[in-house]
Unconditional design. Structure first.
Length: 115
């Protein structure tokens, strides 16, 4: 049986207080555009900022599943996951995410779901 979905789990490590770890609005625009670029359909989204100098959490619900992000600017870190079903390939988002956050480590896991 083929995988029913692909789950990309991505840990970002960048400079402490990297602008995009603090700027929820820019990140929301980036991830919505990215979802479309990888062939996904954005259904809805929800974002919450934890206050000045702190991080944020975002969820984008896709017709194909979801994208989530949680940031810790005080640690220069973010946790991102992209879960997709069908023909949408979450790996297609990797280079753009690494560039957006200036991450040189490129640490990720891809898990085929329900194989």
């Amino acid at each position: 049986m083929n995988a029913l979905g692909k789950h990309l789990i991505l840990d970002i490590k960048t400079d402490i207080d990297h602008l995009n770890l603090l700027n929820m609005e820019e990140t929301a625009i980036f991830f919505k555009k990215l979802a479309v670029e990888i062939g996904a359909t954005v259904l809805t989204e929800n974002w919450h900022h934890f206050g000045e100098g702190f991080g944020y959490t975002g969820v984008i619900v896709l017709a194909e599943s979801h994208i989530t992000i949680h940031t810790w600017p005080e640690h220069g870190a973010a946790a991102i996951d992209i879960f997709t079903c069908g023909d949408v390939e979450p790996r297609d988002a990797l280079d753009k995410i690494y560039n957006f956050f200036d991450d040189k480590n490129k640490v990720y896991i891809i898990h085929n779901r329900c194989v």
